[in-house]
Design a protein around this ligand. Structure first.
Ligand SMILES: [Zn+2]
Length: 149
């Protein structure tokens, strides 16, 4: 995960300044709700960030319309990355909160071209709980979803 952490207040964060044109960026695509630009770090060539145009800290603060727009932009960008860089793999990564490895607190989604042995890693510590635990978790989530507007 990147070590850079942006601690700017909302409205002055680096992505808000980028959207406003106050700092340079290698822009790829823009529409009413989203902006896509090259990640400065370029984990692999063609690494693009898709961000909401409006400042929202994370996934829980964007609207359903913004969520849909972000995925549509990521889909468009992914197809362009495939056409230009032709990576054999591609990973979407979206981090929320410091514990979720978020470093810039303005919603964004990484579109990352992937190659064999490219050094990117995500540990995945399976817990494999019994089915009864899964059913309990699902019931609790269904309850939360049915209560949602
Ligand atoms: Zn921002």
């Amino acid at each position: 995960m990147p070590q850079f952490v942006d601690t700017s207040p909302p409205g002055q964060c680096i992505f808000c300044r980028l959207v406003a044109g106050e700092i340079p960026a290698a822009r790829v695509y823009e529409d009413a709700l989203t902006i896509a630009f090259m990640d400065l770090g370029q984990v692999n060539p063609g690494h693009v960030l898709v961000a909401t145009r409006r400042h929202a800290a994370n996934l829980l603060e964007i609207t359903p319309e913004e969520a849909a727009a972000v995925m549509q932009t990521a889909h468009r960008v992914a197809r362009a990355v495939k056409a230009v860089f032709d990576p054999p793999g591609l990973t979407l990564l979206q981090a929320n909160g410091r514990e979720g490895d978020q470093t810039v607190f303005h919603f964004h989604l990484h579109v990352v071209p992937r190659h064999q042995d490219d050094g990117i890693a995500l540990s995945w510590p399976r817990k494999d709980p019994p089915a009864s635990v899964l059913q309990d978790h699902a019931a609790r989530l269904r309850g939360a979803l049915s209560g949602a507007v």
